[in-house]
Write a protein that binds this ligand. Structure first.
Ligand code: C5J
Length: 241
């Protein structure tokens, strides 16, 4: 059943049975002190505002049986999947692969690479490990989505103008409709967040649509209320069982 979700630049008709929630890089390395984000000189507390909306959407999606996928940006311990040009950025003592208080920065298996406690994936929820900013680059994300018949992505996470944007652009080029939950995304640069969201919805949804967690949860609840009720057993059927 199609449900209208209020969004910019215009409402979007969404079939939640063909939608997936994609939560981008809500990792300790980006949200907590002493990780990759901090090593690049950012105020990581600015990302905290996305946590509660992400959590609300995660719980709503789980309750509704919507496919949930999480992504993590990071590299193999030998850094063989990290371009030299990516490693050689920032102060040498605080680069990707260097040991810090949460383990080696942006390296798979290290504490900082993990997803924050509030948004821990369930064992049934795919976690996509990605070496780049976009979640489709060198991952099996597209395969997982196509095999499940997904046509719409509900997108949340960090950071708005980097990994969220890269992923939205990649998804849009692959024919997925992206509905970005603006309040469930955040950036170290609030002005980039605002402009990043505007860029997505500009020119008649050039990359996708932008909405709020509240709007999606309300539409989800309406779509469930409108579902035909399961057939009720008659007294005779119950008695003969
Ligand atoms: C960054 C990300 N900002 N997840 N990664 O380097 O946006």
């Amino acid at each position: 059943m199609q449900c209208q979700v209020p969004a910019q630049p215009e409402p979007l008709a969404v079939d939640f049975r063909r939608s997936a929630l994609l939560i981008i890089d809500m990792q300790r390395d980006f949200l907590e002190p002493h990780g990759f984000g901090a090593a690049l000189g950012n105020d990581v507390s600015l990302l905290g505002r996305a946590v509660a909306p992400c959590k609300a959407m995660l719980e709503g999606a789980r309750a509704a049986g919507i496919l949930v996928l999480h992504t993590r940006e990071g590299h193999r311990p030998d850094l063989s999947d990290a371009p030299k040009t990516k490693i050689e950025r920032g102060a040498p003592e605080r680069r990707i692969g260097v040991a810090g208080p949460m383990g080696r920065i942006l390296v798979r298996g290290e504490a900082g690479h993990g997803i924050i406690a509030d948004l821990q994936p369930l064992p049934s929820e795919p976690v996509i490990d990605k070496p780049g900013k976009g979640a489709f680059y060198q991952t099996d994300l597209e395969l997982l989505l196509r095999n499940r018949g997904i046509d719409t992505l509900l997108i949340a996470g960090v950071t708005t103008e980097v990994c969220v944007h890269s992923t939205v652009r990649e998804a849009n080029d692959r024919g997925f409709r992206c509905l970005v939950l603006g309040d469930a995304c955040a950036s170290y640069h609030p002005e980039f967040h605002e402009v990043g969201l505007r860029m997505i919805a500009a020119q008649g949804a050039i990359f996708g649509w932008v909405t709020t967690t509240e709007a999606v949860l309300a539409a989800l609840s309406d779509s469930q209320a409108a579902r035909p009720a399961a057939p009720v057993e008659t007294v005779a059927e119950v008695e003969s069982a």
